[in-house]
Ligand binder design. Structure first.
Ligand SMILES: Cc1cc2nc3c(=O)[nH]c(=O)nc-3n(C[C@H](O)[C@H](O)[C@H](O)COP(=O)(O)OP(=O)(O)OC[C@H]3O[C@@H](n4cnc5c(N)ncnc54)[C@H](O)[C@@H]3O)c2cc1C
Length: 483
C-alpha cells in the first residue's frame, strides 16, 4: 500500500497534523521512533498556551501562536483534554521593566490580540493576591492558559487514529529515497513503507531526517529548560501564569498553575550540545526558586516534588521553519518548533495541511468524523454517586492505585487498552505516579496491571521503551496483593 502522507514524529506538531489530515479521505501514517507518542520535546514543557504578545507578527511563530491559541476551546470541547484559560500576568518590578512590559503590550495590540491590559501595582495585586508586594505593575493577558501537554497529544492522536490514521510507534525512519512518484521510507529494523508526501516533524532530529531524505541542510540547536514541580498542596500556587519581563532568548522563569492543579516553576534556557542531555542540577533549582520567590509568595523548597528538563529545538533564525522543501519534491519541513510550539500546534497542523494541498495533495472532506473522547471518566473528578454507579459496573473504579493523584485501577487498565504499555505512557495518560510520592507507593501495582492487561512479562516492562527496563535480576517475590 502507498500512503498518501507519512508524518515523521508523533510530538505535538506531528499529532496535530495527523488530526487535521484525519478529516479528509486520505491514507495517513504517523511514524514515531519512541515506544509511545509524546515522548520527545512535547512531554517536557511548561504547558502554557501563550498570549500572542511575546513575538512580532512578522514571525511565523507569532502568527501560528495567535491562531493556535484561539483554537483551544473548540479542541478541548471535542477531545476533552485538561485546559484552563487562566490568564497571564507579566510582572514588572522596576520602571525599566514596566517599559518592557509596555512594549509587549504594544506588540500584542499590533498583533491583533484582544483583551490586553496594562496594570498598575494595585490592579496587579487585586488580580493576583499571591504576587510579591514589590511588584510595580505589569501586563494582563486574559487569553493565556495552561494545558496538560501529554493528554493533549494523546487526545489528538486518539482522535486521528479513530478517524483512520495509522500509528506506528517504535519505528525510526533512517532513510528516505524517491521511488518513481513516491517516497520509500526505510525504518531502523529494515521495514519499508511508501508515501506520496512526507512531513518531517521530527523535533530535535528534524535536521537529521532532512539530511536522510536529501533535503535541506540545517542544524537544530538544543536549548535546555529545567522545570521544577511543586506539590498540589503548595500555598504558592497563583491563579494566573506569572511571567517576569523577558530577555532576548527566553521568556524567563515563570510560576505556572498547571491545568491539573499542581504548580510548576521554571524553565531555564541554556544552550547544550547533546540532544539527549536532560539532567537537572541543584544549582539551577536554587536559582529558579530564588527567581520564583521574588515574584510569588508562598513558594517553598519543601514543596518541590520532582524536576525534569526539556530541550527546545532551535534554528539559527529563531523562527519556525514550516515549508515545502525547495530541494526535494513532496517533502514538508516542520522544523525549529521551539516555544510557542505547543500553543501554535493546532495552527501548525492546519498550516501543514494547507501546504500539502498547495503541493498537490487532493483533500476531500469526510462526511463523518468521530470524536466522543470528551466523556472519559476520572475517579478523582466523579461524585460519590457516579463512583458508586461505576463501581457497580466495574469494581476497579474504586480500587485507587495512585493515592496522591487518586487514579483508579480502571483508568490504568483503560490506558493499557489504548496502547500505552510503558510506565511513562501510563503515567502520562492517567497521571498515576505524578503526585507527591512520585510513584514510590504505586509503581509495583502499576507494573502488575500493565503486565496483566498487556500480556508483557513483568521483567520486560520498560519505563519508556528501548533499554529502559524497570526490573533487573531476580524478581524474587514481587507479588502485589489486591491487584
Ligand atoms: C522547557 C520547555 C518549555 C516549553 N514550554 C512551552 C510552553 O509553555 N508553551 C508552548 O507553546 N511551547 C513550549 N515549549 C515548546 C514546545 O514544547 C515544542 O515547541 C513542541 O513540543 C515541539 O513539538 P514537536 O512535535 O515539533 O517535537 P517533538 O515533541 O520532539 O516530536 C518529534 C518526535 O519525532 C520523533 N522522531 C525523531 N526522529 C525520528 C525518526 N527518525 N523517525 C521517527 N520518529 C522520529 C521523536 O521521537 C519525537 O517524538 C517548551 C519547550 C521546552 C523544551
Amino acid at each position: 500500500m502507498i500512503y498518501d502522507v507519512a508524518i515523521i514524529g508523533a510530538g505535538v506538531s506531528g499529532a496535530a497534523t495527523a488530526w487535521w489530515l484525519s478529516h479528509y479521505e486520505l491514507s495517513t501514517v504517523l511514524v514515531e521512533k519512541a515506544a509511545d507518542v509524546c515522548f520527545g520535546v512535547s512531554k517536557a514543557n511548561s504547558g502554557i498556551v501563550h498570549g500572542g504578545f511575546h513575538h512580532p507578527v512578522s514571525t511565523l511563530k507569532a502568527r501560528l501562536e495567535i491562531r493556535g491559541n484561539l483554537m483551544f476551546e473548540r479542541l478541548q470541547h471535542e477531545l476533552g483534554f485538561p485546559f484552563r484559560r487562566c490568564g497571564i500576568l507579566v510582572a514588572a518590578f522596576s520602571e525599566e521593566e514596566l517599559a518592557t512590559a509596555h512594549r509587549l503590550y504594544e506588540q500584542g495590540v499590533a498583533n491583533g490580540v484582544t483583551g490586553l491590559e496594562m496594570c498598575g501595582r494595585e490592579r496587579m495585586l487585586a488580580l493576583e493576591p499571591k504576587l510579591s508586594g514589590e511588584v510595580a505593575g505589569g501586563l494582563h493577558a486574559p487569553n493565556g492558559g495552561t494545558v496538560e501537554p501529554y493528554r493533549y497529544v494523546f487526545s489528538l492522536v486518539e482522535a486521528a487514529t479513530r478517524n483512520g490514521v495509522e500509528l506506528r510507534c517504535g519505528t525510526e525512519v533512517v532513510h528516505g529515497e524517491r521511488a518513481g512518484d513516491f517516497w520509500r521510507l526505510t525504518a531502523a529494523d529494515g521495514r519499508t513503507m511508501e508515501a506520496r508526501y512526507v512531513v518531517n516533524a521530527a523535533g530535535l532530529y528534524a535536521d537529521e531526517v532532512s539530511r536522510r531524505f536529501g533535503a535541506e541542510e540545517f542544524a537544530i540547536h538544543p536549548r535546555k529548560g529545567e522545570e521544577y514541580l511543586l506539590d498540589r498542596a503548595s500555598s504558592g500556587r497563583p491563579e494566573h501564569v506569572i511571567f517576569p519581563v523577558p530577555s532576548k532568548h527566553s521568556k524567563g522563569v515563570l510560576v505556572i498553575p498547571t491545568a491539573e492543579g499542581t504548580t510548576m516553576i521554571g524553565p531555564t534556557a541554556d544552550p547544550v550540545e547533546d540532544k539527549e542531555d536532560l539532567e537537572t542540577t541543584s544549582a539551577h533549582l536554587k536559582r529558579i526558586l530564588g527567581l520564583a520567590r521574588g515574584m510569588v509568595n508562598g513558594i517553598s523548597q519543601r514543596d518541590v516534588i520532582t524536576s525534569f528538563a526539556g530541550l527546545r529545538p532551535v534554528l539559527d533564525t529563531e523562527d519556525f521553519y514550516i515549508a515545502p522543501s525547495a530541494k526535494v519534491p513532496a517533502f514538508i519541513q516542520v522544523a525549529g518548533i521551539q516555544s510557542p510550539g505547543l500553543t501554535a500546534s493546532p495552527a501548525i497542523g492546519e498550516y501543514v495541511k494547507d501546504l500539502l494541498k498547495g503541493e498537490g495533495l487532493r483533500l476531500v472532506e469526510k462526511a463523518r468524523i468521530e470524536y466522543d473522547l470528551a466523556s472519559r471518566h476520572l475517579a478523582r473528578r466523579e461524585s460519590l454517586e457516579t463512583l458508586e454507579e461505576l463501581h457497580r459496573e466495574n469494581p476497579a473504579w474504586t480500587r485507587i492505585v495512585c493515592r496522591c493523584e487518586r487514579i483508579s485501577e480502571a483508568e490504568i487498565v483503560e490506558a493499557v487498552r489504548h496502547g500505552h504499555t510503558t510506565v511513562d505512557g501510563v503515567k502520562f495518560y492517567t497521571r498515576a505516579g505524578m503526585g507527591r510520592c512520585q510513584g514510590g507507593f504505586c509503581s509495583a501495582r502499576i507494573l502488575k496491571i500493565i503486565s496483566r492487561e498487556s500480556g508483557i512479562p513483568l521483567e520486560e516492562l520498560t519505563k519508556k521503551g528501548g533499554g529502559s527496563r524497570i526490573l533487573a535480576g531476580k524478581l524474587g517475590d514481587l507479588e502485589v496483593k489486591g491487584v
